[in-house]
Design a protein around this ligand. Structure first.
Ligand code: PLP
Length: 340
């Protein structure tokens, strides 16, 4: 059996989730008449502590709606290194919202001082500083959980500078489970927050953008403008509600599996593996052989990602159990022991 550790997006709906989908009551959500979508939106608004939530097709759309709702063309958006909205959204920040992403500092989260230094002086010829967009957990940072005290310090500084705040919470439930904090607490410093149902939570499709009434009303318009109005999307929302009921607490299992993979691989000579905080394991190789390692592992039924010439990424999830972790470790030990 293939063990797929490329991403937590590869999960397939469980039989019980498929039953929930089959049972879903639906209506036309462009008319605002889908009860399953309304129920999901109310649930996620409450979970994130925001006034309103909007169900959208993807995390990318949630982030882009946030940029569109917060910003005007030409604005500066301050992000941390490797931000999803700068790296993995096909340039939409520039192409659709017309904003530029300014990378601040290094790593998953910058300091308040670095933010102050990154904001340009106010003049008609400088971009208008508008938004800070953080990511929790931080994907390219290896699923790092942001330090909440530092998030609050950055948010306070941002407010002082007149900036709004958005949180890309594609894996915010992982951050909550790992830290023991409530999702609403992690989202509290931000105006808007996006969460994904199709990552570790195991739903097939969907994200929500949550925030104050006025911003979500704007985002709702932009969703339609981008072709993101969906009709009987209650089928998808039902899967999301099921995931929130049944797949949140079990994220701790994925985190334990990630630590197990990291410990097993970290014991191999020459590899550098940081202890994961959540479900993402980054492995640094002594030489730029990541793509060869990916190929060899694939030949033996283990799928992983190259995340740079000498870096591998492994992500644990709902569809990889303890036996799968053991099997993957066996294959990777053999492949990496006989490093190409
Ligand atoms: C996966 C991900 C998203 C959204 O991705 P989609 O594939 O568009 O749903 C956004 N932010 C982060 C940090 C992600 O990992």
């Amino acid at each position: 059996m293939t063990i797929d550790l490329r991403s937590d997006t590869v999960t397939r709906p469980t039989p019980a989730m498929r039953e929930a989908i089959a049972r879903a009551e639906v209506g036309d959500d462009v008319y605002g008449e889908d009860p399953s979508v309304a129920a999901l939106e109310a649930r996620v608004a409450a979970l994130t502590g925001k006034a309103r939530a909007l169900f959208v097709s993807s995390g990318t759309m949630a982030n882009q709606l946030a940029l569109l709702a917060h910003c005007r063309r030409g604005d500066d958006v301050f992000v941390s290194e490797g931000a999803h909205c700068a790296w993995y959204e096909s340039g939409a920040a520039a192409a659709l919202a017309g904003v530029q992403c300014v990378t601040v500092g290094q790593g998953a989260l910058f300091s308040p001082e670095a933010l102050v230094a990154a904001v340009k002086p106010t003049a008609y010829y400088t971009p208008r500083a508008r938004l800070v967009a953080l990511e929790n957990t931080h994907n390219r940072g290896g699923g790092r959980v942001l330090d909440q005290a530092q998030v609050e310090a950055v948010a306070e500084t941002a407010r002082g500078l007149g900036l709004a705040l958005h949180l890309d919470g594609a894996r915010l439930f992982n951050a909550a489970v790992a830290s023991g904090a409530r999702v609403a607490t992690l989202a509290a410093p931000f105006d808007t927050v996006s969460v994904c149902l199709s990552k570790g939570l195991g739903a097939p499709v969907g994200s929500l953008l949550c925030g104050p009434e006025a911003l979500i009303t704007e985002a709702h318009r932009y969703r339609k403008m981008l072709g993101g109005g969906m009709r009987q999307s209650g089928l998808l929302a039902a899967a999301g509600s099921f995931a929130l009921e049944h797949h949140v607490a079990r994220l701790a299992v994925d985190h334990a599996h990630a630590r197990e993979l990291a410990a097993g691989l970290g014991a191999l000579a020459g590899l550098t593996v940081e202890t994961p905080e959540t479900n993402i394991v980054m492995v640094d190789l002594p030489a730029p052989t990541a793509s060869q390692v990916v190929e060899r592992a694939k030949e033996q039924g283990v799928l992983i990602s190259a995340f740079g010439p000498a870096r591998l990424r492994l992500v644990t999830h709902l569809d990889v159990d303890a036996a799968g972790v053991a099997q993957a470790l066996g294959v990777l030990r053999a492949v990496l022991g006989a490093r190409p």
